[in-house]
Write a protein that binds this ligand. Structure first.
Ligand SMILES: [Zn+2]
Length: 301
């Protein structure tokens, strides 16, 4: 049996997974990441984790067929270079070359983490079976990725896509990217909590639960959120006409109350007046690992 390794390197931890031929995780482990040790030692530690997982699961290192690494930031996919990953303090780092020292003869690939998550959903999750699809991850920020014509879209210059920074209101609040009124300013957890706080809600879950129970304060916040998000999604559907849109992140667990309202509004607001399918993502926190492993094996198909 051959298997592949997927790493998801984040600002505070590294997830390492071993995936089988069907991209199911056989084993996984989360270890701490500290940017102080630098990328050379980080990669050494990542390799160490793989060795531990192999030993724990009684596998043979010779059966590793590919190694994939997902990182948050801009990536030169072709050359395996992290251009800028500010959370990791990796700049112009040739990650695949360094990793290849530990896995000689095995292909090592690098991918942006949002693209990895999108690819994972495409290969084995909510986007499986669709050739034109979009993932939007609604967290503290908004990330996402695109499947176009059956392939992961890496962008014309290799930057992927930043759906969260499409402008929704040019007079809106200043975004972390320096531009006013990005989608991210209206559709994140942050927006919900900001609106919820004066009404006494401190968690997203509380707002959703209260909206379900028809508490007027929560219903009005929830409705405004759906207005924001549906406008954002409708703009993206006008551009891309995807067969399906999957939502990831904490808010995506809100259940039918969110999806029914969103589908209705997106249909109203989209040029095509089409009932676009909007569904929850399926892979949760494993998406980066699974996507990195899958991408390493298939190179984007
Ligand atoms: Zn922005």
């Amino acid at each position: 049996m051959s298997f592949r390794i997927g790493f998801d390197v984040g600002g505070t931890n590294i997830k390492t997974g071993i995936a089988d031929d069907d991209f199911n995780l056989v084993s996984k482990k989360t270890t701490a990441f500290s940017k102080e040790i630098g990328y050379v030692n980080t990669i050494k530690a990542m390799h160490q984790t793989v060795m531990e997982l192999i030993a724990e699961n009684d596998l043979n290192g010779k059966d590793i067929s590919a190694v994939g690494i997902a990182v948050p930031g801009s990536v030169d996919v072709r050359n395996g270079v992290v251009i800028h990953a500010y959370n990791l303090d990796f700049h112009n780092v040739h990650m695949t070359e360094e990793m290849s020292r530990y896995f000689p003869g095995i292909p090592v690939t690098l991918i942006n983490d949002a693209n990895a998550a999108t690819f994972a959903e495409f290969k084995t999750g909510a986007l499986k079976g669709y050739d034109n699809a979009m993932l939007l991850t609604l967290g503290t920020g908004i990330g996402g990725g695109l499947i176009l014509n059956g392939r992961l879209f890496n962008g014309g210059l290799g930057n992927g896509v930043e759906p969260g920074h499409v402008v929704l209101d040019r007079t809106g609040p200043l975004c972390t990217c320096g531009i006013r009124g990005c989608i991210e300013e209206f559709c994140t957890v942050r927006w919900l909590l900001q609106k919820g706080k004066p009404a006494g809600y401190t968690e997203v879950k509380d707002i959703i639960d209260a909206a379900r129970k028809n508490e007027p304060g929560a219903v009005s916040i929830f409705n405004e959120y759906v207005e924001n998000l549906s406008s954002a999604i409708a703009s993206l559907t006008n551009l891309l006409d995807p067969e399906i849109i999957a939502l990831g992140g904490g808010i995506s667990l809100a259940g039918e109350v969110l999806y029914l309202a969103l589908e209705e509004k997106v249909e109203q607001k989209s040029f095509f007046k089409y009932p676009y399918k909007i569904v929850p993502a399926q892979l949760g926190n494993d998406a980066g690992m699974v996507g990195a492993a899958a991408y390493a094996f298939t190179r984007g198909f």
